[in-house]
Ligand binder design. Structure first.
Ligand code: NAD
Length: 481
């Protein structure tokens, strides 16, 4: 493992004006590398480089088909380096090696999916009668600033970078300061496929310094942010100051409504993936299960079994898909989650299993199940961002919907039932950007994703996301004849 990693500005690897930051392996607590730390001057240089790349027309004048080919080639580059990227990701973020491989494959899929659509971003002509010819076309905004969270640093960067490049934008990416290393492969990919200097700039920097400087930069034309609600508000405020659009992908407290006719055996798999994948550090995690009271005991028994079946330990020792879970991203995140479990117990929740740190170095938390959770408890309202499942119960459909919709968030939701009418009613009533029926995380890069309420606005993934990165221009021509 390389000890020192640099930022990438205007086609060159550079040190940071704010010095260096330690990158820690959360499974051991040991420093594994250092990364250059950008300051506001570095941010300015990166934005200017992106602006020059944009204004040169090198990206936007290219035939979209060719640009799309380059975007697709970036995805292939990631797959060619999957072993190195996955290992680095596991060491800096904590997830099992097999999860890291899934993340790299998922990242590559974004480049394939969006690159393939470059030439489909078409305008239209609008009839204005004889004497006029009018058309619309979609132009890139110019400089796209993308601020990335630590839970999926590879996939989240891929998600916005692939769509932004496909539509001809130049990008400045602020990687997360605790998991910055894997972003280096995107810069290498951009170089390898021959994107012009300045088209992709990657910076690691502190949020309140480099992140804030980037969000407020007057030559940034569009912002994509994935992260917490308070930071999202700060970014939207900065964007408003420059009158530029932003996409906010924020947190969630997403709920699965499980009806009395649901297949609970199959639902064990949803519990396994929904709350213990990436140690629950997933914005769209199934952090609440709302179960019909007649089947609450059975559900709790099954959830306890799932939680206890997971072997928890260093992700690097977990190369194969299976019943295992890695470290959380940091001791601070682990302690925060453990503290929320303790508070839930004080407020009357019952810890069925888990809730404690492992007695070993590293940011490990036992997979946790909480019973007797009521909608007013903090644990039912606030995002834990850890492997903690809260189980609530309901008597009738209306109550289930009320509980599901009873938080400030609205990222995703789920309904589990054999009754199609019931599922459809719930899908329409759940206030969230995406509803899963009978499979948590059903969908893919092709399906639009984003929040209602405090979960944010704008959509990433799917066709919808492309329109974040373009602005409509209308051209009206007065003809002589
Ligand atoms: P965070 O908001 O603390 O940080 C996210 C990013 O913003 C980091 O790169 C950070 O450096 C930067 N940042 C922090 N303060 C900033 C500021 N003032 N100005 C500009 N940038 C700033 O979030 P986090 O703790 O890294 O991530 C966890 C949160 O992200 C959770 O709430 C989770 O739900 C959410 N999340 C959402 C999605 C989604 O797609 N909706 C995906 C992943 C994570």
């Amino acid at each position: 493992m390389k000890r020192y990693w640099q930022n990438f500005i205007d086609g060159a690897w550079v040190d940071g004006g704010a010095g260096r930051i330690d990158v820690t392996d959360p499974a051991t607590g040991e420093v594994m590398a250092e990364h250059a730390l950008a300051d506001a001057t570095d941010v300015d240089r990166a934005v200017q480089a992106a602006r020059r790349a944009h204004l040169s027309g090198a990206l936007s004048d290219m035939r979209p088909l060719e640009r799309g080919r380059m975007v697709q080639a970036m995805g292939r580059y990631l797959l060619e380096h999957i072993d190195d990227i996955a290992q680095t990701l596991t060491l800096e973020q904590g997830k099992p090696l097999w999860e890291s491989r899934i993340e790299v494959e998922g990242a590559a899929l974004y480049f394939e999916y969006y690159g393939n659509q470059a030439s489909t971003v078409e305008g239209r002509s609008i009839p204005l009668g004889r004497g006029y010819f009018d058309w619309t076309e979609y132009e890139p905004f110019g400089v796209s600033a993308q601020i990335i969270p630590w839970n999926y640093p590879v996939e989240m960067t891929a998600r916005s970078l692939s769509a932004a490049l496909t539509t001809g934008n130049a990008c400045v990416i602020k990687s997360p300061e605790i998991t910055p290393l894997t972003n280096a492969w995107f810069a290498q990919a951009a170089q390898t496929v021959g994107l012009p200097d300045g088209a992709v700039n990657m910076l690691c920097g502190l949020g309140h310094e480099a992140g804030a400087a980037l969000a407020a930069h007057r030559h940034v034309n569009q912002i994509v942010f994935t992260g917490s609600v308070p930071t999202g508000i700060a970014i939207a405020t900065a964007a408003a100051g420059n009158v530029v659009p932003c996409v906010l992908e924020l947190g969630g407290k997403s709920a699965a409504i499980v009806h009395d006719d649901a297949d609970l055996e199959a639902f064990e798999n949803d519990i396994r993936w929904g709350i213990y994948f990436n140690a629950g550090q997933v914005c769209s995690a199934m952090s609440r299960v709302i179960i019909h009271e007649s089947r609450a005991d059975e559900l709790l028994e099954r959830a306890e079994n799932v939680a206890k079946s997971l072997s928890v330990g260093p992700g690097i020792d977990r190369p194969d898909f299976g019943a295992n879970m890695g470290a959380m991203v940091s001791d601070a995140q682990r302690d925060r989650a453990a503290g929320m479990v303790a508070r839930a117990a004080e407020q009357g929740a019952r810890v069925v299993t888990g809730g404690r740190k492992l007695n070993r170095p590293g940011a490990f938390l036992e997979p946790t199940v909480l019973a007797d959770v009521t909608p007013d408890m903090d644990i039912a309202q606030q995002e834990v961002f850890g492997p903690v499942l809260s189980v609530l119960s309901f008597r009738d459909e209306a109550e289930a919907i009320e509980i599901a919709n009873g938080t400030d968030f609205g990222l995703v939701g789920g309904v589990f039932t054999a009754d199609l009418d019931r599922a459809t009613r719930a899908a329409r009533q759940i206030r969230a950007g995406q509803v899963f029926v009978n499979e948590w995380y059903a969908g893919g890069v092709e399906t639009p994703f984003g929040g209602y309420g405090k979960s944010g606005y704008g959509r990433e993934k799917g066709r919808e996301a492309l329109w974040n990165y373009v602005q409509t221009k209308n051209v009206a021509i007065r003809l002589k004849g």
